[in-house]
Ligand binder design. Structure first.
Ligand SMILES: Cc1cc2nc3c(=O)[nH]c(=O)nc-3n(C[C@H](O)[C@H](O)[C@H](O)COP(=O)(O)OP(=O)(O)OC[C@H]3O[C@@H](n4cnc5c(N)ncnc54)[C@H](O)[C@@H]3O)c2cc1C
Length: 429
């Protein structure tokens, strides 16, 4: 898919002749800082009830959409995008996971997850950042009540009691944004979270993650592999166009060494961990490395501020959960705010915002803990732990109800499902 950046409405001072030269003022119901997938999902989910929204994004629209990454995209995330009416733009450009295989190093027992385990069309999906962003940016550009300020830099913010006034510099000039609610969707280094002084708990794993895209000789047959090695989990995810995304976790020093290997040695190491099911593998993109951490904020809200996505939490990439959690945050916050807006309540009121926090914080803890336990038990070589986890794997593969439970957790179907996703689920039945 070739992503073309849509045309966004300009918000230049020329549109606001009553203001000083070079300045514009914008009063909105919700101001979202961060125009990544989570921020734009929130904007798209809020817009239908008529609220006015501004999205403030630090990068250009093209740069924000062109991150070289593919995600394991959950059934619930897909249902949320269907609820937003964006599936026609996404569905043809994603890959269905028809099988997910879980295994422990060279232990023979393999657990297979299939669509029939849940009665769905796929176990998961493989979706590229640029595909999701193109659909979202297209929807934002076509929605008159959303302003998208790109290449924008957040300056001073002033609390004005019932609202916040933020100074935003854009290439067209200064925009003063006034809103009862600011939402931090600005990723794991969130500036808004830091300014609000919101603390967090968490730790850095002694691991980093190396990613690359491959072209296999034989079809990937829409199969995703997650294999746990003592050095860390190793995943190969199918992508459209017979390509695969590798997410290879290893201790920092080992990951750095892998990154600098000549291509032939890199591929030899990779084949050792993966095998030869798909024949010869060709590397399409240079490998990149990311640190891995677990982080959960002490709180997701305070008066006139809410945190969503990586600004609120981040987790180990095992099981592909981070973005999926963020998309559910966005759908949940949109549901809470839409209800409050229709009731005429102040959107920045902490009593309103706590409904979102109570809904999402605990559910995210469950996922964060699950990915942490997975990583720690499978990276452990103490004999009783090895015996226990292999017995666990065997049980998971042999007891259908357990398999179904694990699948429902990983696909976002165990907690409270946002209305947007429920609508899509109901329309299938
Ligand atoms: C290697 C790797 C593989 C992964 N695989 C998966 C997977 O398979 N499935 C999955 O669910 N998750 C996965 N994740 C996690 C996923 O990438 C993140 O959880 C997700 O990108 C978070 O989205 P976000 O919109 O909250 O933040 P981001 O994607 O970080 O977006 C934040 C946006 O805010 C903007 N911004 C930042 N600061 C400011 C500012 N001060 N002002 C204005 N704008 C700002 C940025 O430019 C950006 O556009 C993976 C992560 C890694 C590292």
């Amino acid at each position: 898919m070739t992503a073309t950046t849509p045309q966004f409405r300009s918000l230049s001072p020329a549109d606001h002749p009553q203001l000083n030269h070079g300045e514009a003022e914008l009063t909105v119901d919700v101001a979202i800082v961060g125009g990544g997938i989570v921020g734009l999902t929130l904007a798209a989910a809020l817009a239908p009830c008529g609220m006015s929204i501004v999205v403030i994004e630090a990068q250009t629209a093209t740069a924000a959409a062109s991150r070289q990454r593919a995600y394991a995209f959950s059934l619930t995330s897909a249902d949320i995008f269907k609820g937003l009416g964006l599936w026609p733009q996404i569905g043809p450009h994603i890959c269905h996971f028809d099988k997910v295989q879980l295994s422990d190093g060279d232990y023979g027992k393999v657990v297979q997850f299939l669509p029939e385990d849940l009665g769905t069309e796929a176990v998961y999906y493989g979706a590229e950042h640029k595909v999701l962003m193109a659909a979202l940016q297209g929807a934002i550009a076509a929605t008159p009540n959303i302003h998208y300020l790109c290449s924008a830099s957040l300056g001073e913010m002033h609390d004005r009691g019932e609202s916040v006034m933020a100074e935003v510099s854009t290439p067209e000039g200064m925009v003063r944004v006034r809103s009862p609610l600011m939402v931090a969707a600005d990723g794991k280094g969130s500036l808004l979270r830091q300014r609000a002084g919101i603390g967090s708990v968490g730790w850095r794993y002694q691991q980093s993650c190396v990613t690359t895209v491959l072209e296999p000789e034989h079809s990937h047959q829409n199969t995703a592999y997650e294999r746990f090695w003592p050095s860390g989990p190793f995943a190969i995810l199918p992508l459209p166009g017979q390509r695969c995304q590798v997410v290879w976790t290893a201790p920092h020093a080992e990951a750095e060494a892998i990154l600098t290997l000549p291509e032939a040695d890199f591929m030899a190491e990779l084949e050792q961990r993966y095998g030869s099911q798909m024949g010869r593998l060709r590397r399409l993109t240079p490998p990149a490395m990311f640190p891995v951490q677990l982080m959960q904020c002490d709180r997701y809200v305070q008066p006139r501020l809410a945190l969503v996505g990586d600004a609120a939490h981040s987790c180990h990439p095992v099981g592909g959960q981070g973005l999926n959690m963020g998309i559910r945050d966005a759908a949940a916050l949109a549901e809470v705010l839409t209800h409050a807006y229709q009731q005429g309540q102040n959107l920045g009121d902490v009593a309103v915002l706590r409904r979102y926090e109570r809904w999402r914080r605990l559910e995210n803890w469950v996922i964060l803990s699950f990915t942490d336990v997975l990583t720690r038990t499978f990276s452990n070589q103490i004999l009783p732990v090895v015996v226990l986890r292999r017995a666990g794997l065997w049980t998971l593969g042999s007891v259908p109800i357990l398999k179904r439970l694990a699948l429902r957790l990983m696909t976002g179907r165990l907690g409270r499902v946002p209305k947007l996703a429920r609508l899509a689920q109901q329309s299938r039945h």
